[in-house]
Design a protein around this ligand. Sequence first.
Ligand SMILES: NC(=O)c1ccc[n+]([C@@H]2O[C@H](COP(=O)([O-])OP(=O)(O)OC[C@H]3O[C@@H](n4cnc5c(N)ncnc54)[C@H](OP(=O)(O)O)[C@@H]3O)[C@@H](O)[C@H]2O)c1
Length: 390
Amino acid sequence: MRELEGETTGTGQTTETPFSALVAHLREDGTTRLAVEKKTVSSLYMPDPYRSLPAVTIRVHYSSLNYKDALSASGNRGVTRSYPHTPGIDAAGIVTASEDTRFEEGQKVIVTGYDLGSNTSGGFGGMIRVPGDWVVPLPAELTLRDAMILGTAGFTAAYGVKKLLDNGLMPIYPGHDKPHSGMEEGSKPGNSQLDNSQPGNHDKAENPSLPVLVTGATGGVGSVSVGILHRLGFRVIAVTGKPEAREYLRSIGADEVRDRSFVMDVDASRLLLSGRWAGGIDTVGGKLLEAMILQTAQAGVIACCGNVTGHELHTNIYPFILRGVGLMGIDSALCDMQIRQNLWKRLATDWRPAHLDKILAREVGLHELKEEIDTILKGGQTGRVLVVHE
Ligand SMILES: NC(=O)c1ccc[n+]([C@@H]2O[C@H](COP(=O)([O-])OP(=O)(O)OC[C@H]3O[C@@H](n4cnc5c(N)ncnc54)[C@H](OP(=O)(O)O)[C@@H]3O)[C@@H](O)[C@H]2O)c1
């Protein structure tokens, strides 16, 4: 990193002004010890080649907890190579100093993904220092707090929705005129097109009356996906392993709530099964995604982002060559900056889930994060955990 000693970082602070950070220390047995410690901007770590780029220093007001943070905090070397390390792939805050002329002191910004919190010191610290190329100006319609209720989970959900729309899926009730959740009996889905202001083209859709699935629905990506798809007028089936979360999922926009067996109790040795849905967003992977692919109808589209149940995927060619099913991967960390800014703008406006307040599970400080990390690793979180810095 560049020499920082004595540099001011705005509002009378210097690179030696201490702030609090949650630091993961790796033990010899591969487990980690988490501690809240005092750090300084000059002690922040950024690996090559990023450290040679013009940097922006940001006072972090909010971060959030994602599954990847829990992996980093628990010593997963696939996410974080070297420890001690401050996780936190999300940060929203105010620029205190910038070597990059696109940003100025006092500007509100968002940083999600790239290397933040993986090997670069992350948003579980009160300050971050990152290349300007990673920084997104906060859209005027969004607060720093709401940006981090959404965080990487919300951004990933939006990116998944974009992939569905770009590849031809259409809402049943476009134009925000969707009947109240739960009116599935007797409803008459329309066939009208999205207006052209929506991204992508919709020529391919052949299953406008079928619902879409969201798996891992109570999780961060899942919850925001349900919220966005509901707002856009899709008929949403939330697939969950938490029967107690039924009311929660209905309240954020699910038309139906189903146990995972709804998808998985099939003869998965078959090469194709009856098409039951138009696709959807999968956050889980593994056997749930395998069963979802086999039952996706003609010209359906699935956007997948998760590996909660592992990294393997066994399928066959027929859903793809006989039904034209599309399986789209989501790589939110390295998403193109123009797409990234557009998606944040949509999240701030016409794609914003109607019930962000319900998707927010808890606000926590750094000292309370360890318990939340343990819970997310067990698949036990419902909604989003917001991290608030002092
Ligand atoms: N590719 C990308 O760009 C990207 C970006 C963000 C996240 N991700 C990945 O997406 C996944 C979800 O992230 P997240 O932050 O939303 O995590 P999360 O909040 O922990 O949500 C994961 C959800 O998966 C379900 N689940 C947990 N264990 C399961 C199991 N054994 N079998 C089936 N379902 C299980 C649970 O929902 P239910 O109980 O409701 O089923 C859980 O809430 C993670 O794998 C994460 O790494 C990828």
